[in-house]
Design a protein around this ligand. Structure first.
Ligand SMILES: [Zn+2]
Length: 323
């Protein structure tokens, strides 16, 4: 059935996706690489509900296609899949797979079209993905989060995660069999390679690797999403989420931290200067020790409020000048 190539593997710190339409001799083999786990993480955080109409549209077009076998309905499905393929690499697989299915129907028009082009498979993607995303998120939280404060081994946490399924159905991701090949990669070394037959194969392959490696996960202090952190790395911000100016959390976060530090340095400097000035007033007899200590206790409280962001630096300075 496959008149296309699509496979993926992990090598060093990266994941590779190689694909090609074999029906066109001149089509180039495309290769995309991402840092390890990036595609799974993007899939986990993919906002699928705004895309639901696209899936409904494909469903309707397929039902028309069952009746008419017309080119317009086929085009409606394929152009939507092309649009989706731009949003995530896993959907590139979906596009190639469905293209091959349509070609098969063209070649064997007497075959069972419903079976070759199962419309429900597309129609159910948003709700299936929604369930899957929640299960993956719980796996990160319960098993791989290094900040969870639990010292238990990953294997033990994994068992506890899987056991929760007994009390709450659809809680845990259920590992499934997939078939991989041990092959020479484009980098010239051998690796376990997946030639997926479904979207869920791709998820399984990544998720399994992530648990096998006991990949440490952390919530980014900037965007609040999970990201994978390499061993002996203390990264606090992810490199995945990009803001409207094209800066990643790591870039924006570093600047923010620096600005916070600079502000807090200024704040403490200001407080110390004022403290010394007023302390000297005691010797000069301008203020009583009691009044000074009362002031300093209040000032310290205000300083800490400001450091916690409950009060602006400008307000703190205003308070100092008026107290
Ligand atoms: Zn982030």
């Amino acid at each position: 059935m496959a008149d296309y190539l699509f496979y993926t593997y992990f090598e060093d710190g990266n994941e590779y996706f190689v694909y090609k339409d074999l029906r066109f001799e001149r089509s180039h083999t495309k290769e995309k690489d991402f840092p390890f786990l990036e595609s799974l993480l993007r899939f986990t955080y993919l906002d699928i509900w705004p895309m639901e109409d696209l899936f409904k549209k494909m469903d309707r077009a397929l039902l028309d296609f069952y009746r008419e076998h017309d080119f317009d309905s086929q085009r409606a499905v394929m152009s939507t899949l092309e649009e989706l393929a731009k949003k995530h690499i896993y959907f590139e697989f979906l596009r190639l797979d469905w293209q091959a299915r349509f070609r098969l129907v063209d070649r064997y028009p007497d075959e069972d079209t419903h079976r070759i082009l199962p419309h429900k498979q597309l129609r159910h993607i948003p709700s299936d993905l929604d369930t899957l995303q929640k299960q993956i998120m719980r796996l990160f939280q319960d098993v791989l989060d290094i900040d969870d404060g639990k010292k238990k081994p990953v294997q033990e946490k994994l068992q506890a995660y899987l056991d929760k399924e007994k009390r709450e159905s659809l809680y845990a991701y259920q590992f499934k069999p997939i078939s991989t090949a041990y092959e020479r990669t484009r980098q010239g070394t051998f690796a376990e390679v997946l030639h997926p037959t479904s979207l869920s194969d791709l998820v399984e392959f990544s998720l399994r690797e992530c648990v096998k490696r006991e990949q440490r996960m952390r919530i980014c202090s900037y965007c609040g999403k999970y990201f994978a952190i390499p061993r002996r790395n203390t990264a606090e911000f992810c490199n995945l989420t990009v803001d409207e100016n094209g800066h990643t959390c790591r870039e924006v976060g570093a600047v923010k931290r620096w600005a916070e530090k600079k502000n807090s340095d200024e704040l403490f400097k200001e407080y110390r200067r004022e403290y010394k000035k007023r302390f000297n007033w005691i010797k000069a007899g301008k203020i009583s020790p009691g009044a000074f200590y009362a002031w300093s206790a209040t000032a310290k409280g205000k300083r800490d409020e400001c450091a916690e962001g409950k009060m602006s630096f400008a307000e703190f300075r205003k308070w100092l000048s008026e107290s």
